[in-house]
Design a protein around this ligand. Structure first.
Ligand code: ATP
Length: 582
């Protein structure tokens, strides 16, 4: 117990600073709002570092672990400055601060925090614009005037081009939250257009003519995707969140480059941030595991892990990440309807004691909003999602993250697991890998991310097997475990009796294969299409037979990937042969 308290105290010490919000220079009313509306007594480390720098007017690049309080690190100083103008700002003055975010959900989240912080500063008006919302209503809001505007890039550009009443002549701050993700989603061109159209740098503020425009860029993972954006948007920035240890560790190129960057020599550095060896910062208390699962048993193991977690602790929140929207739809329907046990004598119940929620980009805007809000407030819930919820979303008390389908790269891994273990709280993560994919762990290690193996056999043997118990000793592999065989059979017979879910399974199968072929760069050598057994993949969607990949483009892609894999293999063997000879 004492040890637990000690651990908790040391985790809090790492997250929180030993100062107050008012000592950072924030207005007393704002400090009261932070406490009353958000329950924040003292600043986190990143807030303590960033707030004074943002108040000083410098451009800032913030790199801090997920869940360390970056949102308030930029919102609080901006609100402080706006409320301090001698002459109160008015709606007709238009937009002073612009927060750019990659997704709808993050847009809503930042807006909600803004609303709370602005409660006693009624003359500073918050607003948001994003894809999926009613354009006409947004136009009306912009016409009336929004002081701090949260926006997704596509919709912002749309209004910049088409809403003449959108006033931004007083714009003083541009903030890129989850900067690298904005670029990954392909908004690079939009951002350049936005920056051009807003006319950066030569800014004259309404109340204090000498004030320069100030831009802020934030993410838990900075890599070369941010390079260009930083170059075009930041001037002589202060860098926050690169610790001394990393700075001294000169073996990583990007640190040198970052230093030159801080020294305002951006133009001289051809490549400011390297991609391959960034060491990412993860919450220290996060327990990270991987589960090595043969392809055909993936579904059974996923369901078993979820059942185990919810039975161990009925009231908890879990997020499972999938690679495609179709996979989310299929697993959501399955988990909403699959009952257990299959025997006719026992009373059947839902397999999981918890109703699943789903969230992905193909859902309509309203359903997305509802799922997001519900998962936020529920005490016990399971969320099935694509990477749409990997970035920035702050769901309270998420206990475990399961990456059922591997993330694209280490950056995405870091953000996905970052939905748990926030602000010093406990959190677990489990990454599913097939035996042929375990080299992915080496890729994560390169970024300082270390995982240990999840004890799967122990877990599977903990389920009641009744008459089959005597067989447990005989099995040799996970696939032959009686629990796995029984549950797989039950799932397959359930799917074959439910045509609608079967169709979802078939669609999910095709999309999954397509997503597997889409791994890029070095990851292609880990997630090798030629090693996929499509019959086993079908089993992982509880399908007795492999659906035909009638989509020609998938077949073409698979063939091409197989050819590439072979060629790569040939080149490698040739190199090995030559180096053995020499
Ligand atoms: N000073 C504080 N005191 C208490 N709680 C705080 C404080 N600052 C932030 N929080 C809480 O910490 C959680 C994480 O904050 P936030 O979402 O801003 O983190 P983040 O660093 O932006 O994470 P991500 O990188 O995942 O986007 C939120 O629940 C927020 O309410």
């Amino acid at each position: 117990m004492e040890k637990n308290n000690k651990n908790k105290n040391s985790e809090s010490a790492e997250v929180f600073a030993s100062c107050s919000f008012s000592s950072l220079g924030l207005h007393p009313t704002l400090c009261e709002q932070l406490k009353e509306r958000l329950g924040f007594d003292i600043p986190t480390q990143v807030q303590a570092q960033a707030i004074p720098v943002v108040l000083s007017g410098r451009h800032v690049l913030v790199n801090a672990a997920t869940g360390t309080g970056k949102t308030v690190a930029y919102l609080a100083p901006v609100i402080h400055q706006l409320q301090s103008y001698d002459e109160r700002i008015q709606r007709a003055d238009g937009t002073f601060a612009l927060v750019l975010v990659p997704t709808h959900e993050l847009c809503m989240q930042v807006y909600e925090i803004l609303q709370k912080l602005l409660h006693r500063f009624h003359w500073i008006v918050p607003g948001y614009i994003m894809g999926g919302e009613n354009r006409a209503k947004e136009k009306a809001r912009l016409r009336k005037g929004v002081s701090i505007l949260v926006a997704t890039p596509g919709r912002l550009l749309d209004h910049l081009k088409n809403t003449t009443s959108f006033t931004h002549k007083n714009l003083r701050w541009i903030i890129f939250d989850e900067a690298d993700r904005i670029l990954e989603l392909g908004y690079g061109k939009d951002i350049e257009e936005i920056l051009n159209s807003l006319g950066t740098k030569q800014h004259k503020s309404l109340n204090s003519p000498e004030v320069q425009q100030q831009n802020l860029l934030l993410s838990a993972t900075l890599n070369d995707k941010v390079n260009h954006l930083a170059k075009i948007s930041l001037e002589n920035p202060v860098l926050i969140g690169i610790d001394d240890k990393v700075v001294q560790n000169m073996k990583y190129n990007h640190v040198k480059l970052l230093e030159s960057y801080v020294d305002n020599r951006i133009e001289e550095s051809p490549k400011m941030l390297s991609t391959s060896n960034e060491e990412y910062r993860l919450p220290a208390q996060l327990v990270q595991k991987y589960a090595k699962v043969p392809c055909g048993s993936r579904l059974v193991v996923l369901l078993s892990v979820l059942k185990h977690l919810f039975e161990r602790e009925a009231s908890q929140k879990i997020v499972v990440f999938f690679s495609t929207c179709d996979a989310v739809d299929f697993h959501h329907s399955l988990l909403s309807e699959f009952k257990w046990p299959q025997s006719k004598t026992e009373e059947r119940q839902m397999f999981l004691g918890c109703k699943p929620l789903k969230l992905h980009g193909n859902m309509n805007h309203e359903d997305r909003k509802t799922a997001f809000q519900t998962f936020k407030v529920e005490k016990s819930a399971l969320l099935l999602s694509t990477d749409v919820c990997a970035r920035g979303l702050d769901f309270p008390k998420v206990r475990c993250i399961i990456q059922y389908d591997s993330p694209g790269d280490a950056t995405e891994y870091v953000h996905r697991v970052g939905r748990t273990a926030r602000l010093g709280e406990k959190g677990d993560s489990i990454l599913f890998l097939q035996p042929v994919e375990v080299d992915y762990l080496k890729d994560l290690e390169k970024h300082g991310v270390m995982l240990t193996e999840y004890p799967l056999l122990k877990l599977l043997s903990s389920f009641p097997l009744n008459s089959l118990r005597h067989q447990v000793k005989k099995f040799v592999t996970l696939e032959m475990h009686p629990w796995v065989l029984t549950l797989q059979r039950a799932l397959e017979s359930f799917i074959s009796s439910e045509p609608k879910i079967k169709k979802l399974a078939q669609d999910a199968f095709c999309s999954w294969v397509r997503a597997y072929t889409a791994h890029r760069g070095e990851l292609k050598q880990i997630f090798m299409v030629k090693k996929l057994h499509l019959g086993h993949v079908a089993k992982s969607f509880a399908l007795k037979e492999q659906p035909s990949l009638f989509n020609k483009s998938i077949q073409k892609k698979i063939k091409k990937r197989k050819r590439d894999d072979k060629q790569h293999h040939r080149v490698k063997s040739k190199k090995r042969f030559t180096s053995t000879k020499s």
